[in-house]
Design a protein. Structure first.
Length: 173
């Protein structure tokens, strides 16, 4: 276990998780809001595991409830000079609407501010993804801007909304 919440825990991603990651990441309900326009096969995910997850940069963690994987959260593009990083997250669609994403992202924010001593976290959400927007707003993220027609999702160009949270705005989990 890496971080423990009331209902979910975060733990490191292990090679045996890649089948779960592939299944959920390739689900159109997850893939499209993440703007992943191509499917990922097992070999590509193993390469991602070796290059991105196992490299030691940032933090990519599995969200679990009672040891069952529910999704993933990630901290990446960390800038040691400015003290900023980007977060991303997803859950298996079968787990949406239970508050797990909010708790998991909150645990990631706590880690980023308390242990990594970051100054600011940023996140991006596509226009129609109201669930993800609500997760960020519940945790205190502020909408900072809009990138018009930035991504191509489900056959149309959509806006990206940029959110940010400063360390001194963070109220903790």
């Amino acid at each position: 276990m890496f971080a423990d919440g009331d209902r979910v825990t975060l733990r490191t991603v292990e090679e045996e998780d890649l089948e779960f990651v592939q299944r959920v990441r390739n689900d159109p309900a997850v893939r499209q809001p993440l703007t992943l326009n191509r499917p990922a096969n097992a070999e590509q995910l193993e390469e991602f595991f070796e290059n991105a997850i196992s490299s030691g940069d940032g933090a990519t963690l599995i969200v679990c409830r009672d040891e069952e994987p529910l999704g993933m959260v990630a901290l990446f593009d960390e800038d040691d000079v400015t003290g900023t990083a980007t977060i991303a997250y997803y859950l298996d669609p079968d787990q949406w609407g239970n508050g797990y994403a909010t708790e998991a992202v909150g645990l990631l924010c706590e880690y980023a501010f308390a242990e990594r001593r970051l100054h600011k976290l940023r996140a991006e959400v596509i226009e129609p993804n109201d669930g993800s927007r609500r997760v960020l707003e519940k945790l205190g993220f502020e909408r900072e801007g809009r990138l018009r027609d930035e991504k191509f999702v489900r056959g149309e160009h959509v806006d990206i909304h940029r959110f940010g949270l400063l360390a001194d705005e963070w109220e903790g989990v």
